[in-house]
Design a protein around this ligand. Sequence first.
Ligand SMILES: Cc1ncc(COP(=O)(O)O)c(C=O)c1O
Length: 404
Amino acid sequence: MMRLADRTTRIASSPTMKVTATVDRLRRSGVDVIDFGAGEPDFSTPDLVKQAAHSALDNNFTRYTPVAGIADLKRAICDRYRADYGVEYKESEVIVTAGGKQALYNAALALFGPGDEVITHAPYWPTLTEQIKLADAKPVLARTYPEDGFAIRARTILDAVTPRTRGIIVNSPCNPTGALVSESELAAIADVAARQGIWIVVDLCYEKLIYDSAAHNLPRVLAEKCRDLAVLCGSASKAYAMTGWRCGWALGPAHVIAAAGAIQSHATSNVTSITQKAVVQALTGPQATVTAMLDEYRTRRDLLHEWLTEDPRLRCRKPAGAFYMFIDISDLLSGIDPGGFRTSLDFADALLEESRVAVTPGEAFDAPGFIRISYATSTENLREGSKRLLEFVAAHAPRAAAAS
Ligand SMILES: Cc1ncc(COP(=O)(O)O)c(C=O)c1O
């Protein structure tokens, strides 16, 4: 077979999407699977948003639009960030993208290249490091720790800075840990970035999903410290239950956004015209649906935590944001019984095989020994899945044996 380009050997396809594909396959063959893998809201897109899409279609708003997005959407994004964070961005400083993923990809291609090091924190959402590699740069990892609630610390990030550091990517709230970066930690990172000329890219895709009142005005911190080095990436996917519509955005200095636009113009061009009209409605319309979904996620988070912690070997904390419980199962690994699980990957495979519960193994996030449960699913599913998980653990690792 003819050899493929080198870059294909440096990246792997999304492990989180692999879980979704397996669940799909099992379901199609009639198997009853509880899916804790999905990284997407189980809610429907709000009605007003769908209506805006219908009227876009009815009005034949179905042609190419400017690559960087229609003016009303760019304005809506700027207005949303002004209202939510008190930061000022002009239309020339925003680009509409096919999901937060493309916003981040455009940024990686526009800012990083061969020989550059780009720091991000681990455990991480795997796309972030793969995109760095696709830009021919090198990901450098700064660890976050469960005993510290996976808090993203300036010290560990800054310890990884070298003369080759070109960028720092921060994801807050973080997938998979649910942790936030505090404003003061980000400010300390931004001070160094400003002094040394390092780009800061912030992945804010879960910005609307923060449960308790936490100071999380990251755009303002960056605007004050290093506006000309900061790129903010956001998304309609999680906040407005719009994963399939594919709409995100990036805000940043005009020349960075222009470069992102040039890249996008040769890749995908504009985001679907109908989607853009729908997202104008999502951003400018009533935000009550966002709050309602957040309240529901909070209830589920609390219930799931209560159920799972019935077995102390499923070690987890309530996440501060996003919709994932990240569980340390290392007490259940290796040496439980000769045929026991050595890795969280083995554990997740067996859980799916025997108990029909799909979770994402920590290996997907560079965090072996953990599993990630998405609670973007109904309370009934959470109850049934937790029951199956607890029974599975009890069957494979009786408590007395674990204590010995
Ligand atoms: C941390 C993080 N960032 C960005 C995204 C991108 O989502 P989308 O491209 O649907 O906006 C995701 C999706 O799972 C994510 O988990």
